[in-house]
Design a protein around this ligand. Structure first.
Ligand SMILES: NC(=O)c1ccc[n+]([C@@H]2O[C@H](COP(=O)([O-])OP(=O)(O)OC[C@H]3O[C@@H](n4cnc5c(N)ncnc54)[C@H](OP(=O)(O)O)[C@@H]3O)[C@@H](O)[C@H]2O)c1
Length: 307
């Protein structure tokens, strides 16, 4: 690739790369994802600036940028390779990304519901990064019940996403953190047939129809997109992620496998049985080391959802 004479020869560090990824995600969010040469780089003070295409760090071909600017630095290359599919190209204006951290025996939590932490610190940081790159983070009622998570980006720079809780029976106690704190907006998804009693103050209720006894995943996505939430991170648990996978809703799915056996606990992915190996779901996959864990990044293609 032709390098312009006045391009910085300095290799960006990890926080600069992350800042660049956040900026690219913001462009995608604003409906203008980087898909052509745009001359994006950081200036000497670490601020993002737009420059003529030939002076940018990010020329026409992102892969070429990998091979020139950050060649030899494995960690930076990994950061870019892992997150760029969520940040550049027309497809990244809207995605549905799932994640589960599981044991070798396919469990995401112990039988008691304890899950802190199945995977290592690198993967916890990865989840915070995925939150920062997303418009909304979606979890099922049992995750809120057992973990009482904040669902914020406190471990990395970047804004916390809108928090979406799927609670079809409105069974969750109102003292959960996502309902109490004001670190991010919270939406509560429930059945269309459900007559809401006293709602949670400051929490918007979204009612969606049933499909085969479950809340319809396509209807949920439509409601979220109607509210401008198009980059969606489905963070767990296993029941929720399995419903999205069953509905063929995912663009990508990250499964991080930790070298630990948990015994019979709370399962990760659980799908209806198949009887013929030709019916097995075989998405394309990339593998990344994440501390002692291995992260599988599955890609399902852009038009996976049967609406
Ligand atoms: N390791 C990880 O990556 C990870 C991530 C998150 C959570 N966890 C752990 O996993 C456990 C919770 O996970 P889980 O799999 O048991 O449950 P979950 O996915 O957190 O929540 C499942 C519940 O959410 C509601 N729900 C979700 N999608 C629905 C749909 N399409 N239609 C209707 N209802 C829907 C249902 O509520 P009702 O029950 O009211 O019907 C369902 O039973 C906890 O122990 C937590 O600590 C681990």
């Amino acid at each position: 690739m032709k390098q312009a004479a006045n391009q910085s020869s300095r290799v960006p560090n990890e926080s600069e790369i992350w800042a660049l990824l956040l900026e690219l995600a913001n462009r995608a969010r604003a409906g203008a994802p980087l898909a052509t040469p745009c001359g994006l780089r950081l200036d000497d003070l670490g601020r993002l600036e737009s420059v003529p295409a030939e002076r940018g760090w990010l020329p026409a071909d992102v892969r070429a940028w990998f091979e020139t600017s950050v060649r030899g630095d494995h960690e930076l290359f990994r950061l870019l390779e892992l997150y760029l599919p969520l940040c550049v190209g027309h497809g990244c204006q809207e995605f549905v990304l799932g994640h589960l951290g599981q044991s070798l025996d396919g469990q995401i939590a112990a039988a008691s519901g304890a899950s802190r932490y199945v995977t290592g610190p690198e993967n916890i940081r990865h989840m915070h990064r995925l939150r920062a790159l997303s418009d909304a983070v979606v979890v099922g009622a049992s995750t809120i019940e057992f973990d009482d998570p904040e669902l914020t980006t406190r471990l990395v720079p970047g804004n916390s996403p809108v928090r979406v809780v799927i609670d079809p029976q409105l069974r969750l106690a109102h003292d959960r953190r996502v309902f109490r704190d004001d670190r991010a907006r919270t939406l509560l998804v429930t059945r269309a047939s459900r007559t809401p009693c006293a709602g949670v103050a400051g929490v918007e209720l979204i009612q969606v129809p049933d499909a085969d006894g479950l809340l319809s995943v396509p209807a949920m996505l439509t409601e979220l997109r109607r509210r401008g939430l198009r980059r969606l991170f489905i963070e767990g648990g296993g029941v929720t992620v399995s419903h999205f996978l069953c509905a063929r809703a995912f663009t990508r799915l990250h499964i991080t496998v930790s070298p630990v056996f948990l015994g019979a606990g709370r399962p990760g992915i659980s799908l209806p049985p198949i009887h013929d190996m030709n019916d097995a779901l075989r998405p394309s996959v990339r593998r990344f080391d994440s501390g002692n864990d291995v992260l599988f990044d599955f890609s399902f293609g852009p038009r996976n959802l049967e609406e």
